[in-house]
Design a protein around this ligand. Structure first.
Ligand code: VG1
Ligand code: CO
Length: 545
């Protein structure tokens, strides 16, 4: 069928610079005429070979997902692409999209998501480009896309009827084949190659109750198939399994603040033995045992220490990586295993080269992200399955596994304090003021501790030599404790100041103590040294995780 293509004149928007994870804005910003189209045109133009290119396309199901997908289909047709592989209903979790890119060897993919940010007409929307390795485009590419948005004068779009996204099958639009596929099949198949499903099924079948909160976000269909289908859990194991455009009015962020009901259930006297949750686009995870919360930093360390229990990692791990603000718990495991540990800037895109080069097998971030070389994104359900495989192999409660881990490695007590939606100028001034004072800080005493180093974190990628500067201000103390300050690169209104607190202890009495109580002294020190109240007007964080 011939299609009618038009070239639409447009003018640049000056705010299309991708942040930590793609371009994220209020939904209303994305709904402005030409806003999405401009950015998509620049993504398509960034492809080394646009004519005949093949892409994966899907999103987390939030408000505006379907409309955006129809627009991208029409633009792909007009720009000479050969194929789009789209998840049924326009749904693809971020890790599932990453897998499809790799499995089908496409030229990349476009993922529509603002991850854990709330959705709906008054919420947020987002778009992210992934490269042929399945991972988020590195800065070199996102910066080139951004540069292109500043001079764009026209985009190409076809006049075609909407594709039925709910019907599996193929449609041809001019030279473009649009293939709508089952969103879950390939992902579920991949998980079965990595984990011992028989063992987990038997273990869960022994009357053990687990719950998984999909938070009305993208993992619902994946979790139902895997837990209630393949693993035989009773119906109702998956909570909030229906993806909704507004996530049921909730904040699809799997943490102690936003997965309240799950946390309450897990802390009840007769609570389940295992609980987990995932975020808007399915790449984050929260792991809970009965009356026990596993920090994401500890989760990475425990999985690294025990990786060989899972069939997919039976031969051991090549190395691990963690983002700089993530605790050093994984470093201790790597040291013991005799493998390398890399410290990268915040954001999954920095793990891509290390994974591609085979230098690391596992990686993670303190922000509830854990993953491996099976895809090039963090993967929420993967982490949950890894934990289930571990529990089934060890036949011990989560809390006991952690205590044993700390007995071997010591405990990196950890917390993050977020000051959300503070005034951007104030937040910038705080960072400038503190940054200017850092060089003189090493060797001085602060709050009874000696500063071992104080700097503005810069990273040189060991694979391609690219340098990323200004990735967070760090103050490390001689006793192993550390405070890190960063401004969020995913927020959409004002600024969010993140304060990361860490303290090492190998005193067994501390293994029973509450992290926040242990961290109170350095939390106060952080507030004081950065003059948080002075610059933000806030005397307490809005979210503590
Ligand atoms: C946050 C997290 C970061 C994570 C990013 C994307 O970024 O801190 O670790 O990679 O979100 O996660 P920032 O810049 O706001 O601190 V997701 O689940 O949005 O893809
Ligand atoms: Co996410």
């Amino acid at each position: 069928m011939d299609i009618e293509i038009s070239t639409v004149a447009t003018t640049p928007f000056d705010d299309q610079r991708p942040g930590t994870s793609g371009l994220r804005k209020a939904t209303k910003v994305f709904q402005q005429p030409h806003y999405l189209e401009n950015f998509v045109q620049c993504i398509l133009d960034s492809l080394p070979q646009k004519a005949g290119a093949r892409l994966v396309l899907g999103g987390d199901g939030r408000f505006h997902n379907r409309e955006a997908i129809q627009t991208i289909i029409r633009m792909a047709a007009a720009n000479g692409l050969a194929e789009l592989i789209i998840g049924q209903g326009g749904i693809l979790s971020t890790p599932a999209a990453s897998h499809l890119i790799r499995k089908n060897a496409t030229d990349g993919g476009i993922i529509l998501s603002a991850s854990h940010n709330p959705g709906g007409p008054d919420g947020d929307f987002g778009i992210k480009f992934n490269t042929p390795n399945g991972g988020p485009a590195p800065e070199k590419i996102t910066e080139a896309i951004y540069a292109a948005t500043k001079t764009l004068s026209a985009y190409r779009i076809a006049a075609t009827d909407p594709i039925d996204l709910d019907r599996i099958g193929e449609t041809t639009l001019g030279g473009l084949t649009v293939r709508v596929i089952d969103a879950v099949d390939d992902y579920a198949e991949l998980m079965q190659t990595l984990f011992d499903f028989d063992l987990i099924r038997d273990y869960l079948g022994d009357g053990r109750r687990m719950v998984f909160d999909a938070m009305h976000a993208v993992t619902g269909p994946y979790a139902r198939r895997i837990f209630e289908g393949l693993l035989g859990c009773p119906e109702g194991t998956v909570w909030n399994g229906e993806p909704l455009p507004d996530f049921g009015g909730g904040h699809p962020d799997p943490n102690l603040a936003h997965a309240k009901k799950l946390v309450e259930t897990m802390y009840a006297e007769d609570g389940p033995f295992f609980g987990a949750a995932s975020d808007g686009d399915g790449d984050r995870n929260m792991i809970l045992g009965h009356r026990f919360f596993v920090t994401p930093s500890d989760s990475l360390a425990v999985l690294a220490a025990n990786a060989t229990i899972a069939p997919g990692y039976r031969d051991g791990i090549a190395g691990v990586a963690r983002s700089m603000p993530t605790s050093a718990a994984a470093d201790r495991v790597a040291e013991k295993l005799g493998v390398d540990c890399y410290e990268t800037p915040t954001g999954w895109k920095f793990f891509g080269n290390l994974l591609d080069a085979g230098r690391i097998t596992l990686c993670g971030e303190e922000s509830f992200g854990t993953g491996s070389d099976h895809v090039r994104e963090k993967d929420g359900l993967w982490a949950v399955l890894f934990w289930l495989n571990l529990l089934a192999a060890k036949r011990k409660p989560v809390a006991e596994i952690l205590r044993e881990h700390w007995q071997t490695y010591g405990r990196n007590v950890y917390a993050r304090h977020d000051y959300e939606e503070v005034d951007s100028d104030g937040a910038r001034a705080l960072m400038d003021d503190l940054g200017a004072r850092l060089p003189a800080m090493a060797g001085t005493r602060l709050g009874g501790r000696t500063v071992a180093y104080a700097d503005d974190f810069a990273y040189t990628d060991p694979v391609d030599g690219s340098v990323s500067e200004h990735q967070g201000l760090r103050i490390g103390f001689e006793d192993g404790s550390r405070i890190v300050f960063r401004l969020s690169g995913t927020g959409t209104s004002g600024a969010t100041l993140r304060v990361y607190l860490e303290q090492f202890t190998d005193d067994p009495a501390d293994y029973e103590r509450d992290a926040h109580a242990l961290l109170e002294p350095i939390a106060s020190l952080a507030a004081e040294v950065a003059k948080i109240e002075h610059y933000t007007g806030r005397d307490t964080p809005s979210v503590i995780t």
